[in-house]
Design a protein around this ligand. Structure first.
Ligand SMILES: [Zn+2]
Length: 432
């Protein structure tokens, strides 16, 4: 589940920024009528259900355990000398430097995949079914897992040699060059993801409900986003949860709506969600995130640079290598990357929460529909088994978005247009 490459780790770390704007479903007893435009009554933040609380608590336990498990496995690769043995196999099979690295990477990735498989099965399949959040068949889940593995193998095989070449050629500055090279790589990966990667897992197409699409495109036009940028995806084959997100870069940049979201939100709620996504789009959150995370990656690589040599000096007899430029050090690089990134996670999430909050603001300003925005979040909480006010530590380390409680509160409060105040983003969209 975690294992795999630094590239994949980077991707996993940044993907929540682009790929997780959740939405919502009707709760009995909560007002979700389409009266709204005039409905200014504050929407109460509902108490989480027993089931949601249990999902939340067990989720924290699993997150901590799987984090420690991941570190432990990497440490075992190193301290048992197993990583050095994989390198020896790769040398016998590959002979040439480039192929040795590619084969090492492939073996390491496949072995990690197998070791992580039971945990991965429990977390992303069995548990989701147990909580009634998943529609996925085992075949689809397993097929998707194998496809993910294949993508990691191909991308890793083609790119894993880069940091090792830099380590060899420039042992003192490799961290900087690797970090700088990660920027065009990330841009390329984000560029191709919506057209080459995502369609391997789900069907993406134009929206089916044409009347709704017309309203969304009208909103998009007001935000200066050209048509053809809104896609519907059949996520109902995988999940019952709700979501929408902005993805891609340049020509492939787009807003994607899960069909589950379309079926469970009413029209005005959906329009607010789209307003939020358009906020990400016009506020340039994709490229800002690329810059921000690239900086964080460079800092993390520098921390690896400063500490890896000391660890190798101390434990090289056990590790079976004495240079970071030896491909057998890959588990060490990933382990340190993971630990340092864990430490800076609160900083990263403060950044993503800020962007999400500003997108909420944009969504409210362009729709001026506070009530339906708030009920959308209520539905999100109910459908996705969310907890509105998690523990502050959980918020700090886990929340890429403001908490649902904070978001509903903000929807209830933020009405500058009623007080004749200037809107923060008025210059970014046309009035109705
Ligand atoms: Zn968002």
């Amino acid at each position: 589940m975690r294992a795999l490459t630094i590239i994949v780790i980077c991707w996993i770390l940044i993907s929540p920024v682009f790929a997780q704007q959740q939405v919502a479903t009707p709760t009995p007893g909560i007002q979700t009528t389409v009266v709204s435009q005039q409905n200014t009554a504050p929407v109460p933040v509902p108490e989480p259900s027993e089931k949601a609380q249990s999902y939340y608590r067990s989720g924290i336990a699993i997150w901590l355990l799987s984090t420690i498990w991941g570190w432990l496995i990497l440490a075992l690769f190193l301290f048992t000398g197993f990583s050095a043995r994989i390198r020896n196999w790769a040398q016998r099979l590959g002979k040439k430097w480039f192929f040795v690295i590619g084969i090492y990477f492939a073996l390491f990735t496949i072995i990690s995949f197998v070791i992580d498989f039971p945990l991965s099965y429990y977390v992303s399949y069995a548990r989701e079914h147990a909580y009634g959040l998943s529609n996925q068949t085992f075949g689809k889940w397993f097929g998707d897992s194998l496809k993910g593995l294949m993508i990691s193998l191909i991308v890793g095989f083609l790119t894993a040699w880069v940091p090792f070449l830099l380590l060899k050629k420039s042992p003192r500055r490799w961290w900087l060059y690797t970090g700088l090279l990660a920027i065009p790589f990330l841009i390329f990966f984000i560029l191709i993801t919506p057209i080459w990667i995502d369609p391997l897992f789900n069907d993406f197409g134009q929206m089916k409900d044409k009347a709704l699409e017309a309203k969304i495109l009208n909103l998009a036009e007001r935000a200066g986003i050209e048509g053809g940028r809104v896609f519907e995806v059949n996520k109902s084959v995988d999940t019952k949860a709700l979501n929408a997100y902005v993805t891609g870069f340049g020509n492939t940049k787009r807003i994607v709506l899960w069909d589950t979201t379309i079926s469970k939100l009413d029209e005005n709620e959906l329009l607010f969600v789209m307003g939020h996504e358009m906020g990400h789009y016009v506020l340039g959150h994709v490229w800002k995130s690329i810059l921000f995370f690239s900086l964080l990656i460079i800092i993390t690589l520098y921390a690896i640079h400063r500490t890896a040599g000391w660890l190798i000096k101390k434990y090289h007899h056990r590790f079976g290598f004495n240079q970071l430029s030896d491909v057998a050090s890959l588990p060490l690089i990933i382990l340190l990357f993971s630990i340092y990134f864990f430490i800076v996670t609160p900083i990263a999430l403060t950044f993503t929460r800020y962007n999400e909050h500003e997108s909420d603001r944009f969504g409210l300003e362009i729709t001026r529909n506070n009530h339906d925005a708030a009920t959308a979040f209520v539905k999100l909480q109910t459908e996705n088994l969310g907890v509105p006010r998690p523990h502050w530590l959980v918020r700090l380390w886990r929340a890429s978005h403001p908490t649902l409680g904070e978001r509903i509160d903000f929807c209830n409060e933020y009405r500058p247009w009623e007080r004749g105040e200037q809107l923060k983003y008025a210059h970014l969209f046309q009035e109705k």
